[in-house]
Design a protein around this ligand. Sequence first.
Ligand code: C2E
Ligand code: MG
Ligand code: MG
Ligand code: MG
Length: 282
Amino acid sequence: DAKQGGRNTYRVYQAEMNAETGRRLSLEQDLRRAVEREEFLLHYQPKVSLHDGRIIGAEALLRWQHPVRGLVPPGVFIPLAETSGLINVVGEWVLDEVCRQIAEWRGKAISPPCIALNLSASQFQRQNTVDLLTRVLAARGVSGSEIELELTEGALVSDDGDTVETLMMFKRMGLSLAIDDFGTGYSSLSYLSRFPIDTLKIDASFVRDLTSCSASTELVRSIIEMAHRLKLSVVAEGVETAEQLAILRQYDCDCAQGFYFARAVPADDFAALICRNQAYAL
Ligand code: C2E
Ligand code: MG
Ligand code: MG
Ligand code: MG
């Protein structure tokens, strides 16, 4: 009967919940060991100038090669790392690995463009991020001007007064600062203008909808216009088509990142790309 069915449904639901909780717990345990087991690696995705098609930067994107599950996407393990507090260890690994890689390239006479890395909100809000950066850059012999930090709006909204001060210290170290996924949070450009930011990255969700006559198109146009008035350079994320590219160029967007040009690739492939020193056709 209906009552019985309801109970069964509940039991099935309960079993699924337990399985889901179990999966998450075991993934969290694996994540805890991933650093020491050297299961992480970084891929690099070019950022292309829309003025001349040249690679003017790259974003370091974290990959986790799980021994059993294979490649686990960051969309799955980064949130887990954040809720479990493991993001600090993971984030330190990313920073050190980017700097190690830059130093390695330099040793091979390869001069990489500015490399961006993602800093999650909890990492940013931690007290000693400035100390950590200072220490790692010095240890690897990398200068601040070789690194860009990508922060989300969420990292800046809980403004406790220290935020501007921390960002100013990053700037004094020579780092570039970018707002990632712009448009997905609730902050306005006028709110963001109080921070010493260099670059705005327009979220891929707006770029996806770019066609000759969509609401997104008007939105993107005005974001680029306002950003330029605030002396910010603009990167469009997730550019996949020639049509999107054409519209972005028409609106004077500075830079694009997306599968249309290149996916994130292993360090060696990225170095090869740099050494070829070719401009992408625009
Ligand atoms: P994000 O920082 O916004 O990075 C851009 C994401 O968009 C990357 O996904 C990239 O591979 C993807 N992407 C780039 N171009 C295209 C395109 O044309 N089409 C589509 N469909 N996707 C494109 P990925 O590598 O899976 O990373 C997802 C998110 O995970 C990142 O978003 C970032 O928030 C986070 N993440 C990645 N690496 C790190 C890290 O080292 N530290 C932290 N805290 N977060 C990271
Ligand atoms: Mg990013
Ligand atoms: Mg982004
Ligand atoms: Mg994103």
